[in-house]
Write a protein that binds this ligand. Structure first.
Ligand code: FAQ
Length: 330
């Protein structure tokens, strides 16, 4: 484990502000957001805005890093050189997204060490979907197509939000995610239009992943804890239910067009309201998975702990210029 903690004067050496927000400053802040201005790291912000952003960006960063694991295990088994190359590039991009997001969260005063510690101790959450195994190559195509698509729906919207460093990171991430989506879609179509066995593989994978994907957008608006405040402060630009609906609108027709089915007999669009109707996903299961009780939570954290331990000597060498000077020069 790292030795860091909350360091509220890093990296910009800013003193931590008072815990009670000045009502005049709060009103000015909310007006700036209502007028569409971006908030930057040196600007005054309410404590809760800072805390909420740290929570959300940090969870997002962890999701990118942990999210590379289910696909990463398929690099050597991806069918053919082209798919292997694309998967290597995608996994590398996801780790890069984690780096961008940790940097954005650091601008709010929580050190990277503290974030990694909170991930490894199980204190911080990360996306539910990465706690399921990628059993076959078809699972990898469902991740690349539908989970990337779900992530893009969320991130394209939130890139127009109020906190400058997060929005800029999201913009760059979205460019790369759209390539991921293209490769995921291509691999998905290849299976869906392939042999009967390939179609069956992709259908089985869809059946396995559908509920986790429905969970991905978070609990229904009526039980979402943070949405109201985050939407008021334009951190979240649409509610969980709205994002879920946008995703269903864009992607269910694409799945049905291929003659594939989704494991929910109540799934249909109500043309009068434009809203999709569906069976309520198992929200107790969702809570269990995001709180450490999913099929792969323990394994995912174990791999990250191993990576932290194994990389310790490299971090130490990088942080110590004297050690670098003593390396032999060829
Ligand atoms: N998984 O009050 P709300 C990706 C928690 S990136 C786990 O509605 P909020 C790229 C929530 O934290 C994927 N936990 O929460 C990729 C809260 O718990 P807390 C990640 C979840 O924040 C693709 C509690 O439930 N994307 O996939 C989830 O307003 C392919 C109450 O919920 C982001 O992180 C969940 N799905 O809305 C990589 C985007 N949903 O903290 C590799 C940024 C909710 O109070 C391969 N985040 N919870 O203990 C967001 O937009 C929001 O945080 C939501 C949740 C929408 C995820």
């Amino acid at each position: 484990m790292y030795g860091g903690g909350y360091i509220f004067d890093e990296p910009n050496k800013r003193p931590m502000q008072d815990t009670i927000d000045d009502p005049v400053k709060l009103a000015e802040f909310e007006q700036r957001i209502a007028d569409g201005h971006k908030i930057e790291p040196g600007d005054w912000m309410p404590n809760d805005y800072r805390k909420q952003l740290i929570r959300m960006i940090e969870q997002h960063a962890h999701s990118e890093i942990i999210g590379a694991l289910p696909e990463g295990t398929w690099i050597t088994r991806a069918p053919g050189f082209k798919r292997k190359l694309a998967l290597i590039a995608k996994v590398q991009d996801e780790i890069g997204h984690g780096q961008l997001l940790y940097n954005a969260a650091q601008t709010l005063g929580k050190s990277r060490e503290a974030m990694i510690n909170d991930l490894l101790s199980g204190k911080s959450k990360y996306s539910n979907v990465f706690n399921y195994p990628a059993e076959t190559w078809a699972d990898v195509t469902v991740i690349g197509f539908l989970i990337d698509a779900a992530a893009i729906v969320n991130q394209v919207a939130n890139a127009k939000g109020s906190y400058g460093p997060y929005c800029r990171a999201l913009e760059r991430i979205c460019y790369e995610e759209s390539f991921h989506l293209k490769q995921g879609h291509d691999a998905f179509i290849e299976l869906a239009t392939g042999t009967p066995m390939q179609r069956q593989m992709v259908q089985d994978a869809l059946n396995r992943w559908w509920q986790p994907i429905m969970h991905f957008f978070g609990p229904p608006d009526k039980t979402s804890v943070h949405s109201e405040k985050l939407m008021k402060w334009k951190v979240k630009m649409a509610s969980n239910d709205d994002m879920r609906n946008q995703f269903l609108d864009a992607y269910v027709p694409k799945i049905w067009e291929l003659g594939l089915t989704l494991p929910d007999e109540n799934l249909k669009k109500d043309e009068a309201t434009g809203k999709w109707l569906f069976s309520d996903p198992d929200w107790d299961l969702f809570m269990k998975v995001i709180n450490g009780g999913g099929p792969c939570n323990a394994e995912r954290l174990q791999v990250r702990k191993w990576a932290e331990e194994s990389g310790r000597w490299i971090r130490k060498a990088l942080m110590n210029p004297n050690a670098a000077r003593s390396f032999p020069v060829a």
